[in-house]
Design a protein around this ligand. Structure first.
Ligand code: GLP
Length: 241
């Protein structure tokens, strides 16, 4: 694992955006795996700036998002579909047909999940996957005690995650309790992985991911087995390393 420790959130975001822009420069039709959450918002802002400054184009880029809430309409302001449009897609030249986000409103979960993995394969696999990390060590929505062999699947969110994500909803009752998420295996099949984390609330999860035992109890610890992972952390998230 390569670990980059930055002074603060802004520096973390800029470094991450530069890694993504280098990937795009090297391969203009890269397949990017994208994450939601507060952590990558700054990186998306930087990428939009780079696009506005004509440094990069997303015209041939293909994206696959990590996850989506189950049974939440795309136009709900808390859906990950809405998040991606608001924080990135509406501001760049990406071709809409190249955007993939699990359909949380599907009536056929099994088909949706198998088809999502098949679509990733049919595009040649993910060149660069961006990840955040949950306070409990989840990646995507792969909660503790996940099967490391899982591909895209329907997950039950833990109480911790529901509570953490309730900050975005009017009340905790409105937080979906299930989501469709790329599995650990899907994530591990990416050629490069960039994990971002900031703030002291992530310090323990980062410690477990980097120095802890490789165990499904801490899903992010599986990343120790991947040969091209870069963690970009602010000082607070890196405090226990
Ligand atoms: C969410 C997402 C993850 C994200 C994590 C951390 O539940 N499914 O992809 O990495 O929680 O979110 P945040 O960046 O807001 O701390």
């Amino acid at each position: 694992m390569k670990i980059i420790i930055t002074e603060n959130y802004d520096e973390m975001s800029i470094k991450a955006a530069r890694m993504v822009s280098s990937q795009i420069t090297l391969k203009n039709n890269s397949v990017l795996g994208l994450a939601t959450g507060s952590t990558p918002e700054g990186m998306y802002r930087e990428l939009i700036n780079m696009y506005n400054n004509k440094e990069i184009s997303f015209n041939d880029i293909i994206t696959f998002n990590l996850d989506e809430y189950y049974n939440l309409e795309k136009d709900n302001t808390e859906s990950y579909d809405y998040f991606m449009r608001k924080n990135l897609f509406n501001h760049i030249d990406i071709n809409k047909k190249n955007i993939h986000i699990p359909n949380g409103m599907t009536e056929d979960i099994d088909y949706e999940c198998i088809n999502y993995d098949n679509m990733i394969k049919s595009k040649g696999g993910i060149d660069m996957q961006i990840l955040g990390i949950g306070g409990n060590g989840h990646i995507g929505f792969n909660e503790p005690n996940i099967n490391f062999e899982a591909t895209t699947h329907l997950v039950n969110l833990t109480e911790d995650t529901i509570e953490a994500n309730s900050r975005f909803f009017d009340s905790i009752e409105e937080v979906p309790t299930k989501a469709i998420s790329m599995g650990v295996k899907t994530i591990m099949n990416s050629r490069k992985i960039i994990l971002l984390a900031n703030g002291k609330g992530k310090a323990e999860a980062i410690y477990n991911a980097v120095k802890g035992k490789i165990t499904p109890t801490h899903p992010a610890s599986v990343l120790q087995l991947h040969n091209d992972v870069t963690l970009i952390l602010d000082k607070e998230a890196a405090a226990l390393l």
